[in-house]
Design a protein around this ligand. Structure first.
Ligand code: KIV
Length: 285
């Protein structure tokens, strides 16, 4: 079976099945996510935070996105791979946007790119789509604009902001995006947008009326017990499991319980006796 295509994703809008999307950033995370059966793997620029340990996504480069997408591509066989265009890789001009989207498709093997913004980035979206590269939009809390937004907070709660977001969604659809991520907006607004559009919406902190949902791999698995916005559901508590296991490993070394005999390689007893004999010769004394 080949990879899921954007046509499969668009078709899901008209079905009862919701679209599942999850981030992955390397070979094994991609393999876990793909083998579990997710529809879309997002190589998100959230890697700036969960992989690189930065405060936000702004410093992530196109090279970083190419590097991580290459690994995700190797680790997956079935899911559609969507890769984020990072901050300032598409805002300046259509030419820059095309060049960078092209690199992500050609060098890394993504199946589509994602970029943040509404009307302001419509010319870039059209140029990329016209070249034959599928684009996913991203509205609401757009993390690349965190300084403009004044932090990571719920967006479009008021009438004007809400209408602007709906207008932006319609412009994105007209520009040719195949789906739109709606991040951290009220559920009622996400419902309205999802009903108005012919293309799927994928929510994160946008409630259950969206056509699909996305989470960050590390958030789903509970890597950081101190990071818990209300839209995250921890399906595991890996921070506790990993810490417990690493402590056990250190303890086993300290108490000489790792490695044991079965975890060691053995030599022919006669050979080791011969080696010892050799060492008794003058030249080794
Ligand atoms: O970068 C990312 O992981 C994202 C998701 C949070 C939608 O854009």
């Amino acid at each position: 079976m080949g990879r899921i295509t954007i046509n499969d994703i668009i078709a899901l809008k008209k079905s009862d099945k919701r679209i599942s999307m999850l981030t992955a950033y390397d070979f094994y995370s991609a393999r876990f996510v793909d083998q579990a059966g997710v529809d879309i793997i997002l190589v998100g620029d959230s890697l700036g935070m969960v992989i690189q340990g930065r405060e936000d996504t702004l410093a992530v480069s196109v090279d970083d996105m190419v590097y991580h997408t290459t690994m995700v591509r190797r680790g997956s066989k079935r899911a559609l791979i969507v890769t984020d265009l990072p901050f300032m890789s598409y805002q300046i001009s259509k030419e820059e946007a095309l060049k960078n989207a092209g690199r992500i498709m050609k060098e890394a093997g993504a199946g589509a790119v994602k970029l943040e913004g509404g009307k302001n980035v419509a010319p870039q979206i059209k140029a990329i789509v016209d070249t034959g590269i599928p684009v996913m939009g991203h509205l609401g809390l757009t993390p690349q604009s965190v300084h403009q937004l004044g932090g990571y907070r719920v967006q479009a709660k008021g009438k004007e902001q809400a209408i602007k977001l709906i207008e932006d969604a319609l412009v994105l659809q007209d520009s040719g995006v195949f789906a739109i991520v709606l991040e951290t907006i009220p559920l009622e607004l996400a419902k309205l947008v999802s009903e108005k559009l012919d293309i799927p919406t994928i929510g994160i902190g946008a409630g259950f009326y969206c056509d699909g949902q996305v989470l960050v791999f590390h958030d789903l698995l509970g890597y950081d017990q101190d990071f818990k916005p209300k839209f995250i559901r921890n399906y595991s508590n890996l921070n506790q499991i990993i810490t417990k296991d690493i402590k056990k490993y250190i303890n086993d070394i300290t108490n000489n319980q790792f490695p044991n005999d079965e975890e060691s390689y053995h030599m022919n007893p006669q050979t080791i006796e011969e080696v010892k004999k050799e060492l008794e010769k003058d030249e080794y004394l």
